[in-house]
Unconditional design. Structure first.
Length: 130
């Protein structure tokens, strides 16, 4: 997707956040993908410090894994708050507007149209500029 700029969600911070969504195809399982994501975050300097929201240099979330539903100690799919966050839905609709949320049974476009999050989200750099 394009890169979107937004205010922090769920806490106060002095900086704005950059958000993007990528659609990937993989032979890996969801847990294997999570382990790979955690390694990428670690290689980029991310440290996980307990629960709660805080500023960080990188945060990669798995929003969906096909149309699977899973609830494991370290991974919940679909992401449990994706339908509440405009900064997630804006780029998600850009890459998969008609994908149906497997629990809520609504398309990503419908979720965006119904989201109550009023956080300002604006395009920082379009996908064509990347």
């Amino acid at each position: 997707s394009s890169i979107y700029e937004s205010e922090p969600w769920g806490f106060r911070a002095d900086t704005l956040f950059l958000n993007s969504v990528v659609l990937i195809e993989t032979e890996r399982t969801a847990m294997d993908l999570l382990n790979e994501v955690l390694q990428i975050e670690k290689s980029l300097g991310r440290t996980h410090r307990g629960s709660g929201y805080a500023s960080r240099n990188i945060d990669i979330d798995i929003l969906y894994f096909n149309d699977e539903i899973m609830e494991l100690p370290d991974l919940i799919i679909p992401h449990p708050r994706l339908h509440e966050r405009r900064f997630t839905l804006e780029p998600l609709v850009e890459v998969a507007p008609e994908f149906i949320h497997p629990l809520l049974r609504k398309t990503n476009s419908e979720l965006l149209a119904q989201v109550s999050d009023s956080t300002e989200v604006r395009i920082f750099k379009t996908a064509k500029e990347l």
